[in-house]
Design a binder for this molecule. Sequence first.
Ligand SMILES: Cc1cc2nc3c(=O)[nH]c(=O)nc-3n(C[C@H](O)[C@H](O)[C@H](O)COP(=O)(O)OP(=O)(O)OC[C@H]3O[C@@H](n4cnc5c(N)ncnc54)[C@H](O)[C@@H]3O)c2cc1C
Length: 357
Amino acid sequence: MRQQQIAIIGAGITGLTQALWLQRQGHQISLFERGGERLDHHCSHVGAGMLAPYCELGEAETVIAHWGATALNLWRALVPTLAQPVHMTCAGTLVVAHRQDRAGIQHLAERVTQAGFGAQQRWLQRDELRELEPELDSRFGEALYLAPEGEIDPRSLLPALVETLRQSGAMLHFATEVEAQASGEITVRGQRQLFDWVLDCRGLAAREQLPDLRGVRGEILTLHSREVRLNRPIRMMHPRYPLYIVPRPNHRFVVGATSIESDSLRPATVRSALELLSAAYALHPAFAEAEIVEINRQCRPAFPDHLPRITQQDHLLRINGLYRHGYLLSPLVAETVAALIRDQRPPAATALLWQPL
Ligand SMILES: Cc1cc2nc3c(=O)[nH]c(=O)nc-3n(C[C@H](O)[C@H](O)[C@H](O)COP(=O)(O)OP(=O)(O)OC[C@H]3O[C@@H](n4cnc5c(N)ncnc54)[C@H](O)[C@@H]3O)c2cc1C
């Protein structure tokens, strides 16, 4: 296939992963991002980076677990090839619950089994839990262990993707707003530019063209503690939304995330901060002395069915609706788009993602 000239709008996780995938297939990529290169303004900057296909079955459709399991393997293959080191671990997730929330963990275990992933989970009693997470065993008598899950740190991943693209010859235009986009063309500073393909990865900014796209607000915080030692992400059942505590390099712990039907970007509320902090404290009392190093919020771009979608209008593809799964699913979405450009149709396994107009 001849090299295609491809414009990608948006340097969130969707646009960056997409750019790298297509660049590695031999295409010439021009990436346009209205924000600065620090990339600290968008939803992807705030995301926690959990790669947890099975845990998501507590709320998500079965297909998310199938796609997520495939995408996790794509991440494992991709990360070692990036131009900068990226923090990624695959030590599984431990799911714990207080007595009153135990029904939630039971429900998750049943969903995992029904979806055909029973072999990936194991109930741990106190002794086994002590082996995996010595600091947790006195507070929880049992846990559900989802062995093949992982997490990736967006704060090292996003710059690594940018640097890899730069070194491999992609044209990167930061602080450059795309004013209009159509099949095979974009408008920047009043000038039309022509491409073989245009990929719209603008997240929530694409709402005008995707009227059923909405924002789902999430609040998240980062703690610093030298007193707490966790070896893997811990998920705590919670009556309103799943909470996780993700250990990160330099004694940091990401605690997230709320899920609220709102596209407001006002600062995190006291109520949400209290809920997240209480969860951390309930998991490990030493978090009482932790420092709060960041409280943040963003809105996840979501369609009503909570599945990602690739909408095609000739040579314009709008890739959006990654919702809670932008990190988990972006390599698989990128691979699907690459197949669409190459073969004019998506692979059978991800055909559901494609919506031609
Ligand atoms: C609190 C929270 C926790 C999360 N945790 C997880 C998790 O653990 N695991 C997981 O998989 N997902 C998680 N997510 C979801 C994930 O972060 C999102 O799905 C993902 O960030 C969406 O990425 P995106 O690239 O589609 O959009 P964005 O990150 O919003 O990127 C869109 C980009 O387009 C740019 N843009 C917009 N308009 C223009 C224009 N006209 N011209 C040029 N550029 C433009 C924007 O500036 C922006 O940089 C979480 C989200 C939140 C909020």
